[in-house]
Design a protein around this ligand. Structure first.
Ligand SMILES: *Cc1c(COP(=O)(O)O)cnc(C)c1O
Length: 416
């Protein structure tokens, strides 16, 4: 292995000790770090390390950015002053984490992430509460999912509590970017990439975990706006045994064309169906909830698709299910994770039993649906002409925000 790998390290080797003693590594040292990791001496001496927040070094920017007027924020366009980075090598494990000024990465064109999509990511937010404290929302769920995504594509996993601690430090450092207003937050994007320089397909021997942050405003600045969907009939997002239940970058680029097609016909999002039964799975990059009445008994039911491998395990999905079991079930609602087909949804709509339909995800929390275009029909999802949201979606948004912004002290909220 040594002979195979060494010629690929097109850089001079320096002593491993020099590298490890340096707390702030220039970002360009990945290739060099990889070369060290395959030196036999370093390999035999090194103990593979887990992520260690106590080793964090912080190098603050000398050019703090000017804050953008919160009302002018566009999702994912502005970034904060700094970034959190942690390198990993198969021999040494996780190296010392660092917070540095936000900057470009420098990677060899042969780096495996560019060729074979060794990339997974997370999407989570930091909120400011009424006392000005910074809070994360259920970060343990994001870390659990991040580790599952990483493991599926042979990238390294890490201690979830260690990364939460580091992300909390980072979010707190960037707190001036979080407007102290309802609906505003700091969107955090943990990203993990394989950095090995090789065109050979295999498990990367080096990786980089980084977290960047983008201040964001409310998804609906002027209140809910119900969207209309087009059911996609020629493409499948996810399938049993596939990777649609993981947050891998490779899952997202193929979703854009169906999205553009839907948009060209005036629909804001596309609806993903699965199989000849036409099971309703997800909407765009959100989970989907349906509220309806039972045909025979009239029993009210809030349902979402089960986690059968074709559904992304949304943290918002899980939270809505939890809130529904806690607050709607006592009102007589049935709360289910079960499959529903497009013909069943259509029938409920025709019978007037469809109460409401909404998407769920970190960006919008809930996104109400007005109608679905399917097989030349427009399926009405239960809103009256003048409504932009149903009752359930609205209540869910308020309950979620109560916990996200720390109005209600709850163990879903993590104070940084
Ligand atoms: C991220 C994502 C969701 C929503 O997950 P949250 O954790 O609630 O933000 C749903 N579906 C897909 C395909 C996603 O990528």
């Amino acid at each position: 292995m040594l002979r195979q790998l060494l010629p690929r390290c097109g850089r001079a080797l320096r002593a491993p000790a020099t590298l490890r003693s340096s707390q702030i590594l220039p970002l360009q040292t990945w290739q060099t770090a990889r070369c060290y990791s395959i030196k036999p001496a370093a390999a035999s001496a090194a103990k593979v390390l887990d992520l260690d927040p106590t080793k964090l070094s912080i190098q603050k920017t000398e050019k703090p950015k000017t804050l953008v007027d919160p009302s002018k924020l566009i999702f994912g366009r502005e970034f904060t002053d700094h970034m959190l980075t942690i390198e990993w090598t198969s021999n040494d494990g996780w190296l010392a984490p660092s917070i540095t000024p936000y900057q470009n990465l420098s990677l060899d064109p042969a780096t495996c992430v560019f060729h074979y999509a060794f990339e997974c990511f997370e999407g989570m937010k930091a909120y400011k509460d009424k006392n000005g404290d910074v809070r994360l929302f259920r970060p343990d769920k994001n870390m659990e999912r991040f580790n599952k995504s990483a493991a599926r594509i042979a990238l390294p996993t890490f201690s979830p509590t260690a990364l939460i601690e580091l992300i909390a430090r980072f979010a707190k450092l960037e707190e001036r970017f979080i407007p102290n207003e309802r609906g505003f937050s700091l969107y955090l994007r943990p990203t993990l990439i394989g950095t090995q320089k090789t065109l050979g397909v295999g498990a990367p021997h080096s990786a980089l975990l980084y977290v960047i942050a983008s201040p964001v405003g409310p998804y609906y600045p002027t209140g809910f706006k119900a969207v209309s969907l087009e059911a996609t009939d020629y493409a499948v997002r996810a399938w049993p045994g596939g990777v649609g239940d993981k947050k891998l970058g490779a899952n997202y680029a193929p979703c854009v064309v169906p999205q553009l097609d839907a948009a060209s016909r005036g629909f804001q999002q596309n609806l993903w169906l699965f199989g000849p039964e036409e099971y309703v799975t997800e909407v765009g990059t959100m989970n989907l909830f349906v509220a309806l009445r039972d045909k025979e008994t009239g029993q009210k039911e809030l349902l979402t698709a089960p986690l059968d491998g074709t559904i992304l395990e949304g943290v918002t999905r899980d939270s809505i299910l939890g809130l529904a079991r806690e607050k709607l079930a006592p009102e007589g609602w049935l709360v289910s994770e079960r499959k529903i087909t497009m013909p069943e949804l259509h029938e409920a709509s025709l019978d007037g039993r469809l109460i409401e339909v909404f998407g769920s995800g970190t960006a919008a929390i809930v996104s109400p649906v007005r109608k679905i275009s399917w097989k030349g029909k427009l399926v009405d999802c239960g809103l009256t002409e003048h409504e932009e949201s149903g009752e359930v979606a609205l209540r869910m948004k308020n309950w979620m925000e109560g916990r996200q912004y720390g109005d209600e002290e709850h163990d879903w909220s993590y104070k940084c």
